[in-house]
Design a protein around this ligand. Sequence first.
Ligand code: ASP
Ligand code: MG
Length: 418
Amino acid sequence: MSPPEIQGLLVQKYGGSSLATAERIRAAARRVARTAARGKPVIVVVSAMGDTTDELIELAYSVAQRPPERELDLLLSTGETVSATLMAMALHDLQQPAVALTGLQAGIRSTRVFSRARITDIQPARISTELLHGKVVIVTGFQGVTEDQDVTTLGRGGSDTTAVALACALGAERCDIYTDVEGIYTADPRVVPSARKLSEVGYEEMLELAQLGARVMHPRAVELAELYSMPILVASSFTDTPGTLIHRDGDSKNTMPMEVRKNVRGIAHDTDVARITLVRVPDRPGVAAAIFEPLAAASVSVDTIAQSSGADGTTDLSFTISRSDLPRALEITQSVAPSIHAASVDTADDLAKVSIVGTGMQSAPGYAARMFGALARAGVNINIISTSDIRITCVVSRDHVEDAVRVLHTAFELDRED
Ligand code: ASP
Ligand code: MG
């Protein structure tokens, strides 16, 4: 993707809740028109209105037990086409020249993996021409097109990725993500009322937060933004409150005064967690591969893995997955279990995970101890622990996860102003 020069280009993406009704589409159009009136070239990326995508999926499954994936993607793509055309009409009504383009027309090429296609290339000629004619260009989010012109979708929440990819391909100044929350918070404000909005955050921290359950941004969009150093502003489409800027220098290492900085930036939690345990597996090479290879082949993404070793040469091997993958993963695990001589297979689907995230934790000791201490005092039992350089995750029971988020938010002083 080599950026053609369009000075001062902005990409604005509007999520489904920001476009849920005709009135909201008109409000979003007014925001776009205000930006364009300042002389800025603007690309608008839209999601489907409200819960349209869920409704279309339901509709597909009401006519067929297994809808063909090609047709399913073509069906789902219509949600974004509706939004884009309505947005263009609303802009015309405000005397703002605008043109709506589908993924195909916008040159968004993708792999041929229906329902989770990846963008391979953007051919921006049409978009550039329309921008040069002074039009606001509205592009359907979530859509790609294969070499042979079949329509694909990029996976749920994929419009963020469309927006960031366009911003990178056309060398935009920034990519704005308009949504129904005011930015990225130190924890989910519905769980922790004293959670604070971060004015800025780095890509690494944002990626962890997004992957660990902060649903505001699609992780793939954050990855792409990091690759191209594209700044992202996450803000509410309903207010004019400043949002959160995600950018290269936004992580805790860069923005906090050296010695007094808060090394934990945010608490993320996710309630979509199930566990499978292979009980008393012989402790010898090849066992993990025998389980995880068939899971990978079935595209089950395995999250936390923990192995406990018993004294008698056997181990218990546990891993977590998303709840919707449990039936499939269990079937695979049970079929492998006899060949690796596991005593039994055990499952739980009432789990959740809670994580502390911050790049500043890398070099500072004691974070794990503080986390476990706070959870112990709150009577929260830890099932599995996993860590990376910049996060510590504990798998706990779902009934306790909200308490866990609250005590950790307090323990790491996140409710206090910096
Ligand atoms: N409409 C799609 C979805 O609901 C894509 C998006 O909203 O980003 O997943
Ligand atoms: Mg949506």
